[in-house]
Write a protein of this length. Sequence first.
Length: 319
Amino acid sequence: AQDRLILIVSGRLSKEFIPQIHNLRQVSAVYIYCWDKKAYKQWAKQFTKVGSVIVKVDDLIDQIKVDQKDRGKQEEPMSMNIYNVRGNADKSTTELNGHFIHSLLLIDVLIRMKSTDTDKKKLIQVCKDEYTDNDHQLEIVSEFERHYKSKKAIWWYTRDAFLFSMLNKALRVQNTELLLLFRFVIHDIYERLKKYQCQRPIQVYRYQPMSTDELNALRQSIGQFISINSFFSTSADRDVALRFSKRSTISNDLHPILFIIDADPRVVKSKPFADISSHSYFPLECEILFMVGCIFRLIDIYRDDNEQIWIIKMQLAED
């Protein structure tokens, strides 16, 4: 994968520098750090990659942290399985549904299996090996090794660090060996979500760029069931879900997608979802987290020409 750059530019250099680098694919975002916000804010609006114009260094750091979390979610590809109840002439329905059921069974096994101290030690070593050249992440791994507690599982998961990245990648590619080592974390997050399970029906949102092939596959699957192969982060606030889309650019082969999901806790049997705002590393966000393996029914897909975005409507289904 191509490395992405976040640039911080002084106000004095911004008008010369930003027009030259703005369209480079490697550039993910640009921040203008200056003494006079008014002098640059209006001018910067013409450049979608300019995240913010900021005068205080602490505000700059905080904004980059929040944006990077959103950016990580956006650039993290979604992994899902479609359960085909109609049959498909082009693909083996048995094979497709086999993947669907296998992924759900794997999660159930991981939740039920007891972990050992040896597993935890092996996981720590794997993480250290993965980030052997990254001192910052190694510090966080060491902190995790010393201070991780079950009741803080969601806090650790939502932190923009090694755990979020490695766990979701392992879930996405179904790396069973690594997932077995991660099972104590998966179990702990599951227990926290059960404890804080939403008690009322709720509508939530998620912004996610998607390839043409992915979008077309979903458009052909309206009425079908979909399982998400990773923890599924959403927001109870539509504006929060869309905030990053308004100041980011996506490549020409991707489409901007807004998922609108209706979730009723009365249908939940084994895959909980919860408002984790007060338990997250980023406590000010209206984040609703769904357990890995949640099943949704695909209700509708259409393009909203006013907002220039595709809308995908789903409904939480019984698991």
